[in-house]
Design a protein around this ligand. Sequence first.
Ligand SMILES: NC(=O)c1ccc[n+]([C@@H]2O[C@H](COP(=O)([O-])OP(=O)(O)OC[C@H]3O[C@@H](n4cnc5c(N)ncnc54)[C@H](OP(=O)(O)O)[C@@H]3O)[C@@H](O)[C@H]2O)c1
Length: 253
Amino acid sequence: MIDATGMPQSGVLLGGTSEIGLAIIRRLATRRLGRVVLAGRDPAALEQRANELRSSGIDQVSTFVADVRDAGALDGLVSEAWARLDGVDLLLVATGDLGTAELSELSAGRVASIFEVNAGGPAAALLAFAEAMAAQGSGRLVVLSSVAGVRVRRANFVYGAAKAGLDAFAVGLSEALEGSGVGVTIVRPGYVRTRMTAGRSQAPFAVDPGDVANAVVRALETGEKIVWVPAILRLVFAGLRVLPRPVFRRLPG
Ligand SMILES: NC(=O)c1ccc[n+]([C@@H]2O[C@H](COP(=O)([O-])OP(=O)(O)OC[C@H]3O[C@@H](n4cnc5c(N)ncnc54)[C@H](OP(=O)(O)O)[C@@H]3O)[C@@H](O)[C@H]2O)c1
């Protein structure tokens, strides 16, 4: 049950080894979150993360092996999560693959996989959990989108295009769920210092996973539906969206 301040007591992290996802889970655990399922594709890595959460004091943590590209596995995750957690207050979708934007490295299969991990799989999971939460009468879907999808750049255009699709899907789903008791929070971080960005040159307004976690907790408290991290990126991208392409192309980051 989500408490009066918007804090969930039970949750599923899809992308159960995500540094940003785990930072959000840890932050929510300092409030009411006490029952968690970590879902992902690598059983050993999931178990390691589960042990870390258990030793940090979260009462009930279990793991579920699912590749986000496998719709059957996602259906299994929904039924298993409800059985294990006695109702699910929160789905946090944190799967992501930056992939490549080098034409020589891309193939139809590689593009399809990047789209599945960043958009198709997350959308399928959001839909499956939305239906179950609507039947329950309550729930919160938090989806890690990206500013990469707000205006797509050459450097990561496949990832950015997939994130644009996921973001648009989440906006539409949020509208479709009006009045159901289920809310959607769309998180649009800029550059976050995690293993996903390790080795890449740091973009302006870079943040840490903890900053994203703080912003998500605030949004759950206030009911804010679209969260830019850091908040200044909302204004920055209002400008970047309309910047002529020859100028946009030359910007750093
Ligand atoms: N870091 C940034 O600058 C940044 C900025 C904006 C948005 N985001 C988004 O924030 C989210 C979390 O990113 P992060 O920075 O925390 O990176 P991360 O630690 O690399 O997390 C990515 C997660 O996606 C999972 N994943 C990848 N392919 C999968 C598959 N086929 N099936 C299931 N899980 C799969 C990874 O699992 P494995 O451990 O098995 O690989 C990992 O749990 C992503 O959606 C990312 O796009 C990140």
